[in-house]
Design a protein around this ligand. Sequence first.
Ligand SMILES: NC(=O)c1ccc[n+]([C@@H]2O[C@H](COP(=O)([O-])OP(=O)(O)OC[C@H]3O[C@@H](n4cnc5c(N)ncnc54)[C@H](OP(=O)(O)O)[C@@H]3O)[C@@H](O)[C@H]2O)c1
Length: 281
Amino acid sequence: MERRRFGPGQNETAVIGQGTWYIENAKRASAVAALRRGLDFGMTHIDTAELYGSGAAEEVVAEAIAGRRDEVFVVSKVLPQNASRKGTMLACERSLARLRTNRLDCYLLHWRGQYPLADTFAAFEELQRQGKILSWGVSNFDVSDLEEARKIVGEGRIACNQVLYHLQERAIEHKVIPWCEKRGVAVVAYSPFGHGSFPGPRTAGGKVLQEIAEAHHATPRQVALRFLVRRPSVFTIPKASTSEHVEENAGAGGLHLTPAEIARIDMAFPLGPGPRPLPVL
Ligand SMILES: NC(=O)c1ccc[n+]([C@@H]2O[C@H](COP(=O)([O-])OP(=O)(O)OC[C@H]3O[C@@H](n4cnc5c(N)ncnc54)[C@H](OP(=O)(O)O)[C@@H]3O)[C@@H](O)[C@H]2O)c1
């Protein structure tokens, strides 16, 4: 599995990780086995949140990482309604307890809410000083939010921005990815399969994915994941609750698309209107 530097620090993690939204709804044994299978394939970036199943997803993750903590890059998130200075500290303690670990590799504000960013970030900095989190970041931040965040904490503090990004929703390519790349902030693509609405094999886009996949003895989902992480700042966290799905997703880690293939996908799933698009790499 390819690994990349994650944000401005020295941390590194897998380019294809594992999401956990709704994982608590799957059969427990299957979900735990799937996450562990992902770790076997080097999908060490596990994304969770206090929101998911009201903490139940973090408990599934705890079971999956038991005995393997040092392999894993664990990310969790504080809900906006808990993101006061004190509330963030307490929410982090609860997540650590559910995850049965003494540290998070990265802790995110799930989205902006009623508390001033300065309060949440002060808690993040305090948690980092205490060694309870090794880095912190944001989620669902637009460029104006990112600018505001940068004014509060300066350069080099925000590890990542976790945002919606899949073939049919490429809006972050206009401004968010360029902003993050310029400042060394990792971009984590969530819902890379459109949260269950992946292009079908009979659609025009689906056929393009299928043809490119066949040329690589790969699958359309592997091609899609690889397309999303074609820029060096981008990571992705597909959620899968079976080992078969995880194994397929892990296969994207070693896939390499040619510039011509990337251009074909780019045309099949157009970016949509907005400012200057990113060049195809
Ligand atoms: N920060 C945020 O606001 C935010 C928002 C949304 C999501 N996220 C994070 O991003 C993660 C991923 O996003 P997501 O869960 O919304 O959706 P997703 O990863 O785009 O899609 C998940 C769906 O795809 C299926 N799937 C996965 N691999 C498959 C495969 N190889 N073949 C067929 N089906 C496959 C899963 O089925 P099975 O479960 O049956 O395997 C599940 O139904 C979340 O779990 C969460 O950790 C963050």
